[in-house]
Design a protein around this ligand. Sequence first.
Ligand code: SF4
Length: 425
Amino acid sequence: MNDLAAPLDFAPSRSGEPPLLRERGQREVFCGLTSIVWLHRKLQDAFFLVVGSRTCAHLIQSAAGVMIFAEPRFGTAILGDRDLAGIADANDELDRVCLTLLARRPDIRALFLVGSCPSEVIKLDLAKAAERLNARLLPRVRVLNYSGSGIETTFTQGEDGALRSMVPVLPATDARQLMIVGCLADVVEDQFRRVFDALGIGPVVFFPSRRAAELPAVGPNTRLLPAQPFVGDAVRTLFARGAQLLQAPYPFGAEGTTAWFAAAAEAFDVPAERFAAVTGALADRARRSAARYRERLQGKRLFLMPDSQLEIPLARFLSREMGMELIEVGTPYLDRQMVGRELALLPATRICEGQDVDSQLDRVRAAQPDLTVCGLGLANPLEAEGLATKWSIELVFTPIHGFEQTGDLAEIFARPLERRARLTV
Ligand code: SF4
């Protein structure tokens, strides 16, 4: 958690965009290590080794909840007092831990060394460690590194860092292809692939793929369609490989998903009739599946605290498709290149970039929203004060993308209101 006390900064909004408030104060956001929980599920042959403290180990264990693995694919190399004091050579220790781990786990094809606050403080060079280990282990195992430290990352930025670390080792291709960027649940990936097939768009590659040993290729004829708004650094690193970005809203709700596929359809010259024939019925079904929750959500006032970086696309879905009224939309950072199309669709509301948690909580209390979307640490106190909350972390652990998940996405927000309504009857 950071405490960077600074005055509020009211930035002038760009013309046509909602007003922007910038805050730089104490933050209540998980660090980037949290991303390991969904990344290790996706990359089935990868191991995530946090180089950190017991606090880091506890964080990922508790974020992973009650999942019990016979052979887990994440762990923590705990920096002891001797490492932190510079008495022991932490590099030698780290090499020993990695080699022992990989000898025991021949199924692991990619090892991510994940930096933390303690490894940053003692300036342990994980890029050098990865280089050293690759010299011994390639091609059987590839070692990569990125930072999940709370000093510089919020929780979804961990995924961005992991993807960015893979970009330099992606094979090259000149083929015209579409690359979907950002971790998606396998079920969603399969649904998306079926729609792209029906549209005649291909080849389509997903980054990350399910196996780190089968990396997708990239090149100047690759068009990037991000599925998550928080993979901006990875996308910009892909630019350096020649790929180009397709601007689109994100595939949340019938409207967002239609527009997301439309961006790909336009880039791949899909005729309008074919697009309508493939997506029309899917969008109708999505609207119908969400309609039953609209009654519960319509007119309800919503406050989104900055947490997952999904806030802006979700605010767009909840206001435009579910009829909710937006009070404030927080976002840990505003990456205009990644959310430009979303901002253009968002109704006038206050957007808050960054956080000063006390002043934000004051605004929540003053506004008395019907629903507050926030991190775990803030939800319990707000519930105790009589406010309905939704944990934002659920949004990254649950499949919410695409036409077929639209009803589930709406239900996630309707459920706490339903529960509170039952409690107050
Ligand atoms: Fe805490 Fe930093 Fe470790 Fe994250 S990386 S668990 S913020 S010590």
